[in-house]
Write a protein that binds this ligand. Structure first.
Ligand code: GNR
Ligand code: NI
Length: 190
């Protein structure tokens, strides 16, 4: 397993429309890529990752909402040089290969979103509150499931990456400009 580099704006590769995983590509190389995607996502404290974010233009998503585990001790952590504690979470890794969204609800919900490719920028985005997703697993088997809440939001955010779209593309031109300016400033200060 390996942590891979996460592409960040304005890397033009993030605008790629990703290609389907073909029937002959459900092999060990695919398992290695997906293991690496999980390791990269966990190391970056993200809840989802699309393959294009590690430079692979294939229609693959990993998600782990990591629900809090009430029975476990809080975790002390000192990444990035500052100490903090956070609640322990249960790992619930999920893989979506060639995902499709079938029936987005008319009802919208709003979440404050962030993106590992747009670091330290957060903004409210409206999206269909529920949807059904159809996808393939690592063995190529098809599944369908109705999703709601954070899972519905996260999968739509990840599906956007497969079309070369970032959450800041959903903001007004002014808000998007402000977000990109703030990111530039944060990078200069770092
Ligand atoms: O870690 C992430 N958090 C998040 C919060 C709200 C809505 C979507 C997300 S996904 C993001 C990780 C990421 O960039 N995935 O592409
Ligand atoms: Ni993202």
């Amino acid at each position: 397993m390996a942590i891979r580099e996460i592409l960040e704006v304005p890397d033009p590769r993030l605008k790629t429309v990703s290609e389907p995983v073909n029937a002959d590509e459900f092999n060990d190389d695919l398992r290695v890529l997906i293991d690496d995607m999980f390791e990269t996502m966990y190391a970056a404290h993200g809840i989802g990752l699309a393959a294009i974010q590690v430079g692979v233009p294939k229609r693959i998503l990993v998600i782990d909402l990591q629900p809090e585990d009430p029975d476990a001790e809080p975790i002390e952590c000192d990444h990035d040089g500052h100490k903090h504690t956070h609640p322990a979470t249960k790992k619930e890794p999920r893989v979506f290969i060639n995902p499709e969204i079938l029936d987005p609800a008319e009802e919208l919900s709003t979440y404050q979103e962030g993106c590992l490719s747009v670091p330290d920028i957060y903004a409210d985005v409206d999206r269909p509150a529920t949807c059904t997703v159809r996808w393939q697993d690592l063995d190529g088997n098809e599944h369908t499931e109705a999703l709601e809440g954070m899972m519905a939001t996260c999968i739509q955010h990840e599906m956007d990456h497969l079309e070369g779209v970032l959450f800041i593309d959903h903001l007004s031109r002014l808000k998007k400009q402000m977000a990109l300016k703030k990111l530039k400033k944060l990078r200069l200060a770092a």
